[in-house]
Design a protein around this ligand. Structure first.
Ligand code: GLC
Length: 438
């Protein structure tokens, strides 16, 4: 079964990052020492007010605003200006790459998806954080080791973990008496419930051709015992188990209980339909809970429960996601940027983010915090902890965006009926092998 426990995942991620990147990293190391990365005194430090530009995608929950407000209150010399980036993580990635390739200092601090740190570190876009971490006595062992490892490259820490994401099933407690156990149960319930209580759909997922589709695909494939790339770096997508997973995804995405245009749905379209009361079920990340209980935005406040994603032949599997924060290597204010980053990813910032945004902390101790559990009872439940432990990472490769694109294209073609699941799996195998051989 391809459901990887966190401790094992940690090792696999580390090993693969190190092994797969070893050849190219030495060529790039010189670019990592330029600019202000080694300069202890590169802060303005003259008591004048500094404005930092903080870039991230729109936070639908509003938690970021509360966090920034608290930071500014505690740090009157630092003002945070928000730069809104595309919500689609792939588009956001490309926007950062364009900016940072041009060595732009227009942003100081930015959020990075768990799948980017190795690439960004290698490209020399972000500042290594070790000297700050050491100086302020931050113990990285206090953090969940999965994201810590994902942000470690060439022995250095390039980003600080903000929150962990894991795919989950959210459902309407006023409509669903028992959460579905298997994908087939989900399909039965979604068909039956569609149309009841004013709903238009039975299930919402993310099936647009983008990174979120990769996450949905990882979950289907892993729940049937398959994988895309195994822990030895071998492409294993063309297996009967993986094909079963792709087939189930295709079946669900083509059923009459998902929106007819589900192939245009990202998190935003799906969470919007869910909080408008249009579906009894949605697959999404934990922030869905805060959003569904936000009286200003949601019509289903108080009627939302959380369960692990349905099981395939091999059990339930959730994709591992999450975000970190990093400092632009070309920032003119590295010290102030660190202060902000330290606040956001420290206890206080993560607590605000968990209470206001249902973002799962990367500091495990915070799962014991009463206020956090009160705001998010599901954080304390066994199902959530199981989903976290069972979270499956996306294929780890130095050229991950290229691998992701192959998956996005062929899973989309399978959904559109342009390729059978077997053809899609064979094409992905061939193309991924070509990319990994380079
Ligand atoms: C969430 C996850 C991130 C993932 C993205 C896909 O933001 O945290 O890791 O890449 O969704 O849409």
């Amino acid at each position: 079964m391809r459901i990887v426990k966190n401790s094992k995942l940690l090792f696999i991620v580390l090993a693969l990052i190190l092994v797969l990147s070893a050849c190219s990293s030495s060529n790039n190391s010189s670019s990592n020492t330029s600019n202000n990365s080694g300069d202890e005194n590169a802060s303005s430090g003259d008591g004048e007010k500094v404005t930092l530009v903080y870039a991230r995608g729109k936070d639908a929950t509003g938690a970021t605003d509360v966090m920034v407000e608290e930071f500014e209150k505690q740090n009157p010399n630092i003002e945070i200006e928000f730069r809104e980036m595309p919500t689609d993580t792939g588009a956001q990635h490309d926007a950062y790459v364009t900016m940072l390739n041009a060595e732009s200092s227009e942003i100081d601090v930015f959020d990075i998806d768990v799948i980017w740190p190795a690439e960004f570190a290698q490209a020399g876009y972000v500042l290594p954080l070790d000297r700050f971490i050491e100086k302020d006595g931050i113990n990285m062992d206090d953090y969940n080791q999965g994201p810590v490892t994902a942000a470690t490259f060439n022995g250095k820490q390039w980003a600080m973990p903000k929150f962990i994401d894991t795919g989950m099933l959210f459902y309407r407690s006023d409509m669903v008496s028992e959460a579905p156990k298997t994908w087939d149960d989900l399909m039965t319930q979604a068909s039956e419930l569609k149309g009841q209580e004013g709903t238009k759909f039975g299930y919402l997922m993310q099936a647009k051709q983008y990174e979120g589709l990769v996450c949905n695909a990882v979950e289907f494939v892993a729940s049937y015992g398959g994988a895309f790339i195994d822990e030895n770096g071998e492409v294993v997508i063309n297996s009967p188990e993986a094909i079963k997973g792709i087939s189930k995804l295709v079946e669900v995405a083509n059923s009459d209980f998902v929106p007819g245009n589900v192939n245009t749905f990202t998190e935003v379209e799906s969470h919007t339909a869910f909080i408008e009361g249009q579906s009894p079920f949605i697959r999404n990340w934990p922030y869905q809970y805060a959003l569904a209980n936000d009286e200003e935005q949601s019509k289903i406040v108080g009627n939302v429960e959380v369960a692990p994603l349905p099981e395939g032949d091999a059990g339930s599997a959730a994709a591992l996601g999450g975000w970190m924060a990093a400092i632009n290597k070309f920032s003119e204010h590295p010290q102030e940027s660190w202060e902000f980053l330290k606040f956001m990813t420290g206890k206080e910032g993560q607590k605000i983010d968990a209470i206001e945004g249902s973002h799962a902390p990367t500091l495990p101790a915070l799962f014991e915090d009463e206020e956090i559990i009160e705001a998010n009872p599901f954080f304390g439940e066994e199902g959530f902890q199981t989903a976290l432990e069972a979270a499956v990472s996306r294929p780890v490769a130095p050229n991950y965006p290229e691998i992701s694109e192959i998956i996005q294209i062929h899973v989309s073609k399978a959904i559109a009926g342009e390729e059978t699941p077997e053809e899609a799996a064979a094409a992905m195998e061939k193309e991924m092998n070509e990319k990994l051989e380079k």
